[in-house]
Design a protein around this ligand. Structure first.
Ligand SMILES: [Zn+2]
Length: 448
């Protein structure tokens, strides 16, 4: 009966001798859900009661950051543990190359049954993300077939997979992508009702992609009422999605699998909801798009009820999974670190984010729809380094911005000079990091 306490202690010490070495693994990506899109309340109703319960039963990393602001590179990072400039599943390429080892491929060598269900057309075998999966099922219905974008079918497909396999005979790895929070925001009634909103009381039920684009391109200014409606519909999408998540988690629990499963819950990126005229998740490395939820739940090795406010990265997800299956050699080549060892995390840890130059801006899409839109502003690659509370963002024109939330508004010129030194120092560290990634060297071969 003391097993729970004992395994908890083993966890803290980075050991795990009592936990099985082949737990079932379920990774769920809540596409486009920003960090503050979970745990929120609207009209006194929790937006994500299922997520909140899982977070309370596991360890919730409250300062988790994506390495890229959009779907393809971010999933490639979650699958490989590599940064975008390493795995190159970015704008210039739009595909993860077969030379990169995915966690699904690795788990196949450990005799796992592997299965993926995706609601996002960017998360597809055709994009190279099917490597290592026995099957890759698409639940995507098309964003125009609103209001459900595929979550109900994704859940059905995931449960059907659980029904087909024999988890007692072989461990399984299940990946699920849910897309409900993506534009357009047009939640089913279920999502509205969960938040105590009478659907008939809303002025309208849809915030469209075109609306978001006209705001972003400066074609017009958004009104505060319009942005408020967008935020409400966005949260209602997440509330609906949380009900689907509940069905999947119930299916695991009903089969006696939940507590034997390493559950990884995160988002591939967040979402801009009107700050500085930005919508969606392109053209920026702002924290609105980089801050994501991150929870690990696995009672044998992950303490329940723990909230960690130290900065962590999507680069840490694959090393954490490898640690949970006691595979240490493969993790040694990766930049990230296992989050099963929270005692090793640091407040001042440097974290990277990257965005390759968006070639889509040169395509007909934007030019046809918004002929007056000057795309030069966004036709740049971006990279960012976060350290402590500060973040430096550099674009491919060499322009550098230091973001320092602690800076007083009436800072003197002396402070500005100090900030310039800080910005330069962080810029140099960023350049060293990127050079190291591109040269393929291991982190241990470089000093901090
Ligand atoms: Zn996405």
């Amino acid at each position: 009966m003391s097993t729970v306490i004992a395994t908890g202690l083993f966890f803290v010490m980075g050991c795990g001798e009592e936990a099985p070495t082949s737990p079932h693994i379920v990774m769920i990506v809540l596409d486009t859900v920003r960090a503050d899109g979970v745990g929120a309340r609207l009209n006194e109703h929790p937006v994500t009661p299922t997520f909140d319960r899982l977070a309370a039963e596991g360890t919730h990393f409250e300062r988790a950051y994506a390495v890229a602001p959009w779907t393809l590179p971010s999933h490639a990072t979650l699958f490989t543990g590599l940064a975008p400039s390493q795995h190159e599943a970015v704008h210039e390429n739009f595909r993860l190359g077969p030379q990169y080892l995915t966690i699904a491929e690795f788990l196949k060598t450990r005799d796992y049954v592997t299965h993926a269900v995706s609601s996002n057309p960017w998360v597809a075998a055709s994009r190279g993300l099917g490597q290592g999966f026995d099957a890759f099922e698409m639940s995507f219905k098309g964003v125009e077939s609103m209001p459900d974008k595929g979550a109900e079918r994704a859940t059905d497909l995931a449960i059907a997979f659980l029904d087909r396999i024999d988890p007692a005979a072989r461990p399984f790895y299940l990946f699920v992508n849910y897309l409900e929070a993506h534009l357009p925001y047009s939640p089913p009634d279920e999502g509205l009702e969960a938040l105590g909103i009478d659907p008939a009381s809303l002025e309208r039920r849809v915030f469209s992609i075109a609306e978001a684009e006209t705001i972003m391109t400066g074609s017009r200014e958004a009104t505060e009422e319009e942005l408020e409606l967008a935020r409400k519909l966005y949260l209602a999408e997440i509330a609906y999605q949380d009900r689907q998540l509940e069905r999947l988690v119930d299916a695991l629990r009903d089969r006696g699998l939940l507590d034997q499963t390493l559950l990884v819950l995160t988002a591939d990126h967040g979402e801009e909801l009107g700050r500085a005229g930005m919508m969606g998740h392109e053209f920026t490395l702002s924290d609105d798009v980089l801050s994501v939820p991150l929870v690990f739940r696995y009672p044998p090795r992950v303490p329940g009820g723990q909230k960690i406010a130290l900065p962590v990265s999507h680069l840490d997800v694959v090393p954490t999974i490898l640690h949970a299956i006691d595979e240490h050699e493969s993790a040694a080549d990766l930049e990230g670190q296992s989050l099963l060892e929270t005692a090793l995390l640091s407040r001042d840890r440097a974290l990277l984010a990257e965005y390759s130059q968006p070639v889509t801006l040169r395509e007909e899409y934007w030019a046809n729809r918004y002929p007056d839109f000057d795309t030069k502003k966004w036709a740049v690659a971006l990279r960012a380094l976060r350290k402590g509370e500060r973040k430096v963002v550099e674009n491919s024109r060499g322009e550098v911005t230091l973001i320092d939330p602690g800076r007083p508004r009436d800072a003197s010129r002396d402070d500005d000079a100090g900030r310039e030194i800080i910005a330069r120092s962080m810029q140099e560290e960023l350049a060293m990091w990127v050079d190291r990634l591109q040269s393929g060297k291991r982190p241990s071969e470089n000093a901090n």
